[in-house]
Design a protein around this ligand. Structure first.
Ligand code: DP6
Length: 426
């Protein structure tokens, strides 16, 4: 059951919209105030966040840095509606109603209402025109498999924070709201290259995301997601990192002595478009993160045999070329995220097809950006020296760096109907 917000006694119900009794009338007349739909991107960390110093506030033990992926390929879409006719807060994820009482959802809702109340009491800008006691309905969909290791919670909570902020008229940095849903979500609030500064304060006010470079900064950069397994992961990141903080001495060493320097070096590589440096550090940081997982007791392993074959293949591909042309990174799951430059994409995709021949879906193997088919040279085939593993990689999503959250303008974009319930075709 939802934890209910109490209506401020004597709080004036402002705005003409609130005086209408039917939600459908309100939605059509004042749709901007009452129903908002936004999208938010997935991000992939190149300096990983792993471990919290405060579980409730979701404050990390180290800073992290990520690349925001393009929403043409991967995104969450969220609609939030507020009405005096709603009797409780409700949420639907991918068409199914979920428990709105989940602590992280409640934390986001509480935070956004607190900010809206603060804005109203300080008379800051156009305050929210309705009673803050009114209930909210939220519907959210992903255009990619949830919990497949594709950072769905980051896009999901970033989208929730951004959409709620729009509907409640809250402005400014939303790191604090998104972070309360999922730590990595605060990095999905911006496009391009984004750092999450760990901060020092106990209340987390300085633990915020910041854009390092915009999405147009490095146009040649390409991202390939090699989907190894679309199944739900075994150890969730929240529980995994908790055990790592409790048991891994390597994690403590990494957070204190390795990451601070790596953050500076990664920022330099991005600003200077130094691909070799960027790629090597990305791979080293992924490997170190997975080493801390193995150093956790009992150990956690997110990589599987296919992940390890991909790692080997990337290193062989690079040594064949005598330079680092491709990098891998893995989060809390077996899927690989590959970074490369535009001029290398086609050859690398051909190398993946050679090493992991598509099972039955040859034509659906590559999704997203178009990649021209090329033939591999016999030299490269020999250098890869692999026993092909058919079906090891289920499919590839080709994408690039992209922008942060967006507001969708058209009323046809809403996931909730005029009655505040999910549209049937969700
Ligand atoms: C391996 O943000 O999912 O993807 O804060 O507990 O929700 P919670 O964890 P989450 O952890 C992501 C971990 C990671 C690395 C990263 O994205 O930095």
């Amino acid at each position: 059951m939802a934890a209910r917000e109490t209506v401020d006694p004597g709080e004036p119900v402002l705005g003409s919209a609130a005086r209408h009794s039917s939600f459908s009338v309100m939605a059509s007349e004042k749709s901007q105030d009452l129903m908002v739909t936004c999208t938010a991107p997935v991000n992939i960390a190149v300096i990983k966040y792993w471990g919290k110093r405060d579980e409730a506030l979701i404050l990390p033990i180290n800073s992290s840095l990520s690349v925001t992926l393009h929403q043409d390929q991967l995104k969450t879409t969220t609609t939030a509606a507020i009405s005096k006719d709603f009797t409780e807060d409700r949420i639907w994820l991918n068409g199914r109603e979920e428990d709105v009482g989940q602590p992280r959802l409640q934390a986001c809702l509480r935070e956004i209402r607190r900010l809206a109340r603060k804005r109203r009491s300080t008379g800051d800008g156009d305050a929210f025109p309705l009673s803050l006691g009114y209930k909210v309905h939220v519907a959210s969909v992903n255009n990619f498999p949830t919990a497949a290791g594709l950072a769905s919670s980051a896009a999901g909570y970033a989208c929730l924070a951004y959409t709620l902020a729009r509907v409640y008229g809250v402005e400014g940095d939303l790191s604090e709201v998104a972070r309360r849903g999922s730590g990595s979500a605060c990095r999905s609030l911006y496009g391009g290259f984004v750092e999450w500064q760990m901060g020092e304060q106990a209340d987390g006010k300085d633990s915020i995301a910041r854009q390092v470079a915009p999405e147009w900064h490095w146009p040649q950069l390409r991202v390939l997601i090699l989907v190894v397994s679309a199944e739900k992961k075994q150890t969730g990141s929240t529980v995994g990192m908790q055990t790592s903080v409790e048991t891994s001495t390597l994690l403590k060493f990494r957070a204190e002595s390795i990451v601070p320097e790596r953050m500076k070096e990664m920022t330099r590589c991005i600003l200077e478009q130094d691909f070799q440096g960027f790629a090597q550090l990305t791979m080293k940081d992924s490997n170190q993160f997975h080493a801390t997982c193995l150093d956790t007791f009992p150990p956690i392993s997110y990589l599987n045999d296919t992940s390890r074959r991909i790692i080997q293949m990337v290193h062989r591909f690079n040594s064949h070329h005598g330079q680092t042309k491709v990098a891998y990174t893995f989060d809390a799951g077996p899927n690989a995220v590959i970074f490369t430059l535009e001029d290398t994409v086609a050859e690398f995709v051909a190398a993946v097809r050679h090493s992991f021949p598509p099972a039955a879906n040859g034509d659906k193997f590559l999704k997203g950006l178009r990649v021209a088919p090329v033939l591999l040279s016999d030299e490269l085939k020999a250098a890869l020296a692999v026993e092909p593993s058919p079906g090891g990689v289920q499919y590839i999503i080709a994408t690039q760096v992209g922008p942060g959250p967006q507001v969708l303008d058209g009323s046809h974009d809403h996931l909730l109907g005029p009655d505040g319930l999910p549209q049937r075709d969700l």
